[in-house]
Design a protein around this ligand. Structure first.
Ligand code: SF4
Ligand code: SF4
Length: 343
């Protein structure tokens, strides 16, 4: 049996303009979405669109020519018997609501707003598109580009989804500031979270305050402790502490792994993504993982230190270090997200 990427057969992601993709748009040719929820007359129009079929056809032939393999390392491969017209997806990502209560330097220059969710507060869209697309869903991500605790819209969406299908489990991404016991109970999230990722991007209060503006490091850690305890009791599936690597914080990578171990969770590292934020005004200076960055050698030393001192540790560095000189080093330090098994 051949290896296939499951994503075009089993996953969708919806963006703020209504475009629907089967995986990250950066991985595919520009504009290669499979449909748009505001233009489609049914979810079939999207799920069985010509672009969706074309991408599936290529993957079935193990042809990855539409895929940007420089940044997608096909980490989602697994054995499969997929077809061109598969059943509706089991993985659904609502990535359109960017409301947030803080303003990280690598994300935005003001708190709040952006608020694209209003276009989605249309009952017709919900009935015509969302209800069908959730028919087979098992895992749903909500508010992946904003903050779930800050958005009434995304919280209401979770409540509606639970009413529709209480077997669905959620993947949640949060800054942790307001993710406390009260919030957890208000949304009735016990035993409904498959995975939660908490973004800190620092191991110390000083660095945290420099990067995550408008938050409170100690309050976040208190909430991390609460979430960690829920995970220990088996009420939450997986817990990750996330770290967006840049020049301001990379020296704290080892301490961040220690912090994650303290809370019994996995440390996950991502590269800073180039955008219009403060921190990216000089992106090259921030890209310590690039050979031509003046901090590169120190960064490599840190990675070597991590490898030596945490050989079996629980951290993941997905696409981050592909530009490292020593690619074998990268392979050894990376615990791949490969061979995801889907039952
Ligand atoms: S191999 Fe990567 S780019 Fe291609 S469809 Fe799968 S996730 Fe997308
Ligand atoms: S917490 Fe997340 S969504 Fe909010 S500003 Fe920071 S990176 Fe952006």
């Amino acid at each position: 049996m051949a290896n296939f990427c499951y994503k075009p057969f089993d996953e969708i992601e919806i963006y703020s303009n209504g475009d629907v993709y089967t995986c990250c748009p950066f991985y595919l040719p520009k504009g290669f979405f499979i449909g748009n929820i505001f233009r489609a007359s049914s979810f079939d129009d999207i799920w069985y669109s010509p672009n969706a079929i074309l991408l599936r056809e290529k993957i079935l032939n193990e042809d990855f020519s539409l895929c940007n393999t420089m940044i997608c390392n096909k980490q989602y491969l697994y054995d499969s018997t997929y077809v061109l017209n598969p059943p509706y997806p089991r993985f659904v990502r609502f990535s359109y609501d960017d409301m947030c209560n803080v303003f990280c330097r690598y994300c935005r220059n003001k708190p709040g707003y952006c608020v694209n969710y209003k276009n989605f507060e249309n009952e017709e869209i919900f009935k015509k598109i969302f209800i069908p697309l959730l028919k087979n869903a098992l895992f749903v991500s909500v508010s992946t580009v904003g903050e779930i605790t800050a958005s009434k819209h995304s919280q209401d969406l979770i409540k509606k989804i639970i009413i529709l299908n209480d077997k669905i489990k959620f993947d949640l991404l949060t800054n942790g500031l307001l993710f406390d016991e009260v919030f957890y109970n208000k949304l009735d999230l016990k035993n409904r979270i498959k995975k939660i990722e908490i973004t800190l991007s620092a191991a110390t209060e000083k660095t945290y305050n420099n990067i995550v503006r408008g938050s409170d490091f100690n309050r976040v850690l208190k909430n991390v402790e609460f979430i960690s305890n829920e995970k220990k009791q088996g009420n939450i599936g997986e817990l990750y502490l996330c770290f967006v690597v840049n020049r301001e914080n990379y020296m704290e990578i080892p301490d961040f792994i220690e912090l994650s171990l303290k809370y019994d969770c996995v440390a996950m590292f991502w590269e800073l993504r180039n955008n219009n934020s403060d921190l990216c005004s000089n992106y090259l200076a921030q890209s310590v993982w690039c050979e031509n960055n003046s901090e590169y050698d120190k960064f490599v030393d840190i990675i070597k230190f991590v490898r030596k001192n945490y050989p079996e540790s629980s951290y993941i560095m997905p696409n981050l270090f592909t530009s490292l000189k020593s690619h074998s080093l990268l392979k050894k330090i990376t615990r791949k997200l490969s061979l995801i098994s889907i039952k």
